[in-house]
Design a protein around this ligand. Structure first.
Ligand code: ZN
Length: 388
């Protein structure tokens, strides 16, 4: 595996000058986020819009009409819900089944290295009465794929992201179910391409463009993975997807999306449990708990863009009115970029790399416009807590 220096500015089209949003803790280094003239990010602008301008009663009527179109009159599953047993998917599935009378088929793509708490939450969720299928990857390919993705894409999670995004479509086509309900539209809720803000669904023809970081599954062949091994990560052909009249909707379009409220909802309705301690790299306990490797996904995000897990968590908690910007900045100072040491050895072994290679990969993703060396230590050039 060749480890070469990456050009972040070019690869992600990042602005050279780092600017933080005036309202939240997010910076302009998040790919595709935009800022208005007042220095406010697109996610904050959308958050205001969603609180003040959207009539949620009308949106719910819209949801009911849409669901009526697909509702089965027999006992057949009529909607696909991607769900790992986490708070967001479980909330969506539970609402669809018990509030809106649908009969979901819940679909999980197995985490890379599942955690005990994640498995427990998924079991508890299924026991509440859901039909469920689990997609399991070939482990040998997954290991290789995870190592390659860490080096060449700066994200160990990319193989998981392919499967998580594509496997539900496969299940939709195989089971002749035309509608899929995803949770939030991340591009719109957390800052990204805003052209989807006013649409309840995805254009199936260009689906996956952002999620796959401009790296379609088949491109991994050039790094030595074989077509037959990559197949399980791919969606069915567009022809099959269109013949099935497959539609992908976002629940966040129809219902006000608030991750913390989803957590309370799942605690009450599906026996959702959290870790006893906070998650490494942030101060929360309830988000993204199912994979032992997810700390590395967030750590690499921090290396690449200077924004880590605490930045993401504080940014949307500020938007949701749970904490102030100052509190957010302090939490970022305290927790952002904390090294995920708990599963470090496991990660190295899993990817079959040693510590030196790991450090070399990490440093290959540091961009000089974000990082500088002071007393032989890497430090961020610009920090959100400098404002206070
Ligand atoms: Zn903002």
């Amino acid at each position: 595996m060749k480890i070469l220096k990456k050009n972040l500015l070019k690869r992600y089209n990042l602005p050279r000058e780092i600017v933080f949003c005036k309202k939240c803790t997010m910076s302009n280094q998040r790919p595709r986020i935009t800022f208005n003239k007042k220095g406010i990010c697109s996610a904050c602008q959308f958050s205001e819009f969603k609180k003040k301008k959207i009539n949620w009663k009308i949106r719910e009527e819209h949801l009911l009409r849409m669901l009526d179109k697909f509702r089965s009159k027999t006992n057949k599953n009529d909607i696909i819900v991607p769900c790992s047993g986490g708070k967001d998917g479980s909330y969506v599935a539970h609402q669809l089944k018990f509030k809106y009378g649908m009969n979901p088929l819940c679909v999980t793509w197995r985490p890379i290295i599942p955690t005990i708490i994640g498995k427990k939450n998924l079991d508890n969720f299924i026991k509440t009465g859901f039909d469920h299928v689990l997609g399991v990857q070939k482990q040998k390919t997954l290991k290789r794929f995870t190592a390659l993705a860490t080096n060449y894409l700066g994200d160990p999670f990319q193989p998981f992201i392919y499967g998580q995004y594509n496997y539900p479509v496969k299940m939709a086509v195989e089971n002749n179910i035309s509608v899929m309900m995803y949770g939030e539209n991340g591009e719109v809720e957390y800052g990204g391409d805003m052209k989807y803000a006013k649409s309840p669904k995805t254009d199936m023809k260009i689906r996956g463009k952002h999620y796959f970081s401009s790296m379609p599954v088949q491109n991994w062949k050039k790094y030595g993975l074989k077509s037959e091994d990559l197949k399980e990560y791919m969606a069915p052909t567009l022809d099959k997807v269109m013949k099935n009249n497959t539609e992908q909707h976002f629940f966040s379009y129809y219902k006000f999306w608030d991750p913390q409220e989803n957590f309370y909802y799942c605690k009450k309705h599906v026996g959702f449990q959290t870790n006893a301690n906070r998650t490494e790299g942030t101060y929360t306990k309830f988000a993204s708990l199912d994979d032992k490797l997810d700390g590395f996904h967030y750590y690499l995000m921090f290396i690449k863009f200077g924004i880590g897990r605490a930045t993401s968590d504080t940014a949307h908690e500020i938007r949701d009115g749970k904490i102030s910007r100052k509190e957010g900045a302090m939490l970022v100072e305290k927790y952002d970029g904390e090294f995920p040491k708990k599963h470090y050895k496991l990660f190295l072994k899993y990817c079959n790399i040693d510590e030196d290679q790991f450090v070399e990969i990490i440093d290959s993703w540091r961009s000089p416009h974000i990082w500088k060396k002071e007393n032989r230590k890497w430090v961020l050039r610009k920090k959100v807590w400098d404002d206070y």
